[in-house]
Write a protein that binds this ligand. Structure first.
Ligand code: NAP
Ligand code: ZN
Length: 353
């Protein structure tokens, strides 16, 4: 298909603007999807502006968007999981080799041949893959998720990245009832982290630099809120956490949080600031604490997360915007001025030429 409406950036300094892109005709195992909503992740900004050029340089033009919900409009002859008319979702990955040990254990996100939904090598059309800031997408059925019928679709879209990225490390590090869990940064990822930690039964403490988010944090499921610039409030929690999830997108002092971990406590980084973070050896040595990272989640776990959300009635808190507001949305996200995820209503593309 030629001439699918989309929004792209053509350089690290240009705005995201209207364009037309190609999508392949569905092959045997492909699902063709009309996109209804696409969440706006801070990773979209990092990549549009080539802030990750050291590890993941951006190829322009870039069509961002990896929090996709839509309706199936066609399927290839071999597709078993989905049919025309189904409401489905696509996250950060659209392919992997399916044969390596990582794929076999359901961790496609660590496959050496994993293909990102945007800015990854497109083996069908050449060039790079184009993401969800577009009218439609064609994806192999293995990477297409089922959406529980009871959830609001604008709020489902962000589950595909912000949701799985916070759910996966909480499952990995055993967040359950009786555990004390911290969430640093109340943005798109952070607010999902709070919802999941609360639903899993933990005692949840939010660390925020934005005092005006305090009430929201409590409403979202936090038991306590610490405004990070308040040193006394921080000190009260020293040596007490089982697990802390750090979702901050910019440079910050992680030792301040590592010092709040108890014995054998773990801090997992999911936020991906472009500059390396400094770690004090003593923060880790004292208490045998650990520091780790986590990258989205595998396809099976993403489906498990969506089903968990269906069961618990969990979606993201979204501000729905037309695609024409995307550049303004980026500026607001950088100022931490979003409650708590922008979700683009893709019907706004209809008016574009
Ligand atoms: P976001 O909505 O912009 O939220 C980030 C939050 O971090 C802000 O709301 C703010 O929270 C806090 N923050 C921002 N600047 C800060 C600063 N200078 N110092 C301290 N805190 C600051 O972003 P997001 O979409 O949740 O993404 C967060 C990060 O995770 C990004 O770097 C993104 O690329 C990364 N990410 C990683 C994965 C993965 O698989 N590991 C997946 C998706 C995204 P407060 O206002 O509460 O302080
Ligand atoms: Zn993302």
């Amino acid at each position: 298909m030629d001439n699918v409406k989309a929004y792209s950036a053509t350089s690290a300094t240009s705005p995201v603007a209207p364009t037309k892109i190609k999508r392949r005709d569905p092959k045997e195992h492909d699902v063709q999807i009309d996109i209804l909503f696409c969440g706006v992740c801070h990773s979209d900004i990092h990549q549009v502006r080539n802030e990750w050029n050291q590890v993941l340089p951006t190829t322009y033009p870039i069509v961002p968007g990896h929090e996709i919900v839509g309706r199936v409009t066609a399927v290839g002859s071999g597709v078993k999981k989905h049919k025309t008319g189904d409401i489905v979702a696509v996250g950060c990955m659209v392919d992997s080799d399916r044969t390596c040990p990582r794929c076999k254990e359901g961790l496609e996100q660590f496959c050496p041949n994993m293909v990102l939904t945007y800015n990854g090598p497109d083996k069908h059309l050449g060039g790079v893959t184009y993401g969800g800031y577009s009218a439609s997408i064609v994806v192999d059925e293995h990477f297409v998720l089922r959406v529980p019928a009871n959830l609001n679709l604008a709020g489902v879209a962000p589950l595909l990245c912000a949701g799985i990225t916070t759910y996966s490390p909480m499952r990995r590090w055993g967040v359950t009832k009786g555990k004390k869990v911290g969430v640093v940064g109340l943005g798109g990822l952070g607010h999902m982290g709070v919802k999941f930690a609360h639903a899993l039964g933990a005692h949840v403490v939010v660390f925020t630099g934005s005092p005006d988010k305090k009430e929201d944090a409590l409403r979202l499921g936090a038991n306590e809120v610490v405004v990070t610039r308040n040193k006394e409030e921080m000190a009260k929690h020293a040596n007490s956490f089982d697990f802390i999830l750090d979702t901050v997108s910019a440079d910050h002092d992680i030792n301040a949080y590592i010092n709040l971990l108890g014995k054998d406590g773990n801090l997992t980084l999911v936020g991906a600031p472009s500059k390396p973070l400094e770690v004090s050896a003593f923060s880790l040595i004292m208490g045998r604490r650990s520091l780790s990272g986590s990258n989205i989640g595998g396809i099976a776990e993403t489906q498990e997360m969506l089903d968990f959300c269906g069961k618990h009635g969990i979606t993201a808190d979204v501000e729905v915007i037309p695609i024409q507001k995307i550049n303004e949305a980026y500026e607001r996200m950088i100022k931490s001025d979003v409650k708590y995820r922008f979700s683009i209503d893709m019907s706004s593309l209809v008016g574009e030429k």
